[in-house]
Each structure stands twice: as structure tokens, then as C-alpha cells.
Write a protein that binds this ligand. Sequence first.
Ligand SMILES: *Cc1c(COP(=O)(O)O)cnc(C)c1O
Length: 445
Amino acid sequence: MEIDSLSSLERREILLTDIRNAIEVEWSNPMKMNNDDAVLRSALTMSDIDSAYARLRRFAPLMRLLFPETEDRNGMIDSDLVEVSKLKRALNNSRIGADIKGRLMMKMDSHLAVAGSVKARGGIYEVLKHTEKLAVEHGILIGYEDDYTKLADSEAKEFFATQKLQVGSTGNLGLAVGIVGAALGYQTIVHMSAEAKEWKKELLRSKGVTVMEYHGDYNEAVKMGRAESQQDEDSYFIDDENSHELFLGYAVAAKMLLPQLEHEHIVVDKEHPLFVYLPCGVGGAPGGITFGLKQIFGENVHCFFIEPTQAPCMLLGMVTGLFNNISVQDIGLSGNTVADGLAVGRSSGFIGEYIMPFLSGSFTIKDKRIFDYMKLLWQEEGIFLEPSACAAIHGPVCMGHSAVMDEYRYDNNLNRRMERATHIIWATGGSLVPEGEKEQLIHKK
Ligand SMILES: *Cc1c(COP(=O)(O)O)cnc(C)c1O
């Protein structure tokens, strides 16, 4: 017992030293709980996910009207699940030395309608939830059975023009909230951190969104946006550091994945484990999706986060137990990374603690390797993903060949089931990246 606890302390020390030195690490979460217990102690439940899904259904006719690109999914926002067997073969055969067994799939949130990233799930959901509340309060909608396409009428737009939406963002959340906010007629203000790309700001301005630019990092931009929004009673702040609504919007993804798995004849049960790899910034998107998946698949799904070695805010918070009370800058890391969507120094105010009982583990990745994966994916599959999304490709690679994961597979009785496993790389963004930027990224030396 004593020796065990000593060795786990030692392990933690070594891990923290590696994290501080920006060395790539693999971490298996010792605080993960039995799934039934984790579900029981959770304040949010499956019924919250169901009601978020129902809300998206109510808005679907309106979304179809405002965004004709959503027509082929009847106004719902979702992405394809595709098999990437050429990528699997290349990873296994290259000097990366991966040993991926089972099927390798990719969830193409990079190609989500409206915003081209996973933020189209959470960000749009929260805007719609707020819109529904305002519309019902002001008699624009008479209850939930009303015709939501009324919200595109000029009277509705006149009303929303008196209302403000604000959000702090490294880029993609701003795109999602800004585009849908502007389409509904809101005065929309996006507070962008230093790493936000110029083309994202321009795209937003072209839609009439006000873009505020800051030299500071993401947490700073959120702080400024929150403070400004608080001064105005007609302003609503989408708070990426604290929002349960964003979280539930992301969680709906898990529910929508079920029929897609069935369609691919993918079984998820004790004999057929599912592994899901999610890039993590502040934690909302990967946290929400993990939460949803664990509600549905329980012990049979294994969720892992991937963070840049210079911005592992979620891992740092979990390993130290300090959650959002510690930042990567506190341990001397820069927070700077080519994965701009993951350039977050301090994790969400609630997600670390909330998701810890559900999470299987975390991996960190260097920028250099992100580019290697980006090129490989492009060569093998002709798929372009932005750097943040490419980080997730590190997941299945680590799963197959690291000492920490050897132990995880052994402890969870997985070794003899790996041939029947399915791995999902959650591809979180990329389709809106302009052609010129894309070329530069792919050919970067
Ligand atoms: C925002 C983002 C993430 C991570 O989401 P968080 O909620 O910040 O953890 C991952 N990939 C991309 C492309 C993103 O834009």
C-alpha cells in the first residue's frame, strides 16, 4: 500500500517534470470512476442531452431557411463518420511505428455546416437556446410548438437588433457565434485573442460582426468580453469558461453518432470497445462529447484528450488537482502553439472536475508532429484538417505503443479485444481555412 502510493507520487512527479519541459506525455487517469458511479454523481444527465437535441429539432426548420447548406440534414448540424484505412496503414507502416488494431474512423466535424468546426455544435446551440428564451418572453414565439421560421421575419429581426451577443474566442467559437448571431439579426461582438487568424476576423466583419482584437491570450479575451457584456443588460455573454449550454450542445454529438455507428455496422459492447480521441482547448467540446458518449456507451467507450505540449491546461489541472486554479504559464510554458484552437493557458471553470471521473487519459503533442500528421493525412486520404484537429491523430498512435497505454489496455482487459475495436479521431475543424493558408500549412517545412 505504502509502496504503491509512493510510486504513484513518484510517477506524478516525473509526469509533471515532463509536462513542464514540454515533453510529449501519455497519461492514464487514475481518478476515472466506475461509469455507473460517475453517471450517478453527475448533475447533468441524459435527459439534459435529450432536451438539447429536442431544442435543435425545433430550430431545424429555421436553420434550413437561414442556412440552405443544412438542407441535406433537414436543418440539423452534423458531420459524416468516415473510415480512414489508408491513414491507418500509413501510420502503422511509417517510422512513427504505430500499432493501430481494429477500424480507424474519423468524425468530420471539420466539415460541419455554418462554421466548419466543432464549435458549430456548442456555439450555435447556445445562441439558439438564448434566442428561444428571448423569443418566448417577448411573444415572438407562442411556446415550443410554434413555427420557428417566424424568427426570420423582419419583426423578429428588428427585435433581435436591439439585443447583443458577445463571446471571447481564439477564432472558431467566434466564427460559430458570430455567423449564426448575425443571421438572426443580433448585434454580435466577438472578442478575439492574439492567435486568431486574420481571415476569421475578416469573414466575421463581412457579416456585420464587430471584432475586438486583443494582444493577450484566450483567457484574457474571455475576461474582456465578459466584463463588457456585464455592463449592458441587453447583452448576453457566451462564456466558454463556464457554460453548461455549450457543454450540452457538444454532448448532443454523441446521440447523433449512434445511428452512424449502426450504419457502419460498428458494434459497441464489452467485446467491441470504442476509443475516441478529442483535441482539447478549454475543455468544452471534448468534455461535452465525452460526457455524452459515456452516458450512452458507458464502460465500453474510452475517451482521451489531446493537448499541445505548450498548452496542456486540462492535463495540468487534473494531474495537480488544481483544475482552473493553475495555468500553463504558471509552470513556465508559453501557451503558444500552431494549434490555435487549443492555445488555451487555463482550463474551463468546471469541466476538469466534472469530466475527470469519465476520462480515460490524455496525451500531449508537439507542433512538429502535428504538421507530420497533417501532411500524412493529406497525402493518404486527401483530407485537410486544421492543426488543432490533426492533434487528435496522435491518439490512436499512442494507444497502440506506449508503456502507459500498454498498462491501460492490460488493466482494462482490452488486449484480446483490440482487433475488434473501433477508434474515432474527432476531426474538429478545417473546412473553412482559405486555400492559400491551407497550401502554406501543408507545405510548411
Ligand atoms: C475549440 C476547438 C477545439 C477544442 O475545444 P475546447 O472546447 O476549447 O476544448 C478543438 N479543435 C478545434 C478546431 C477548435 O476550434
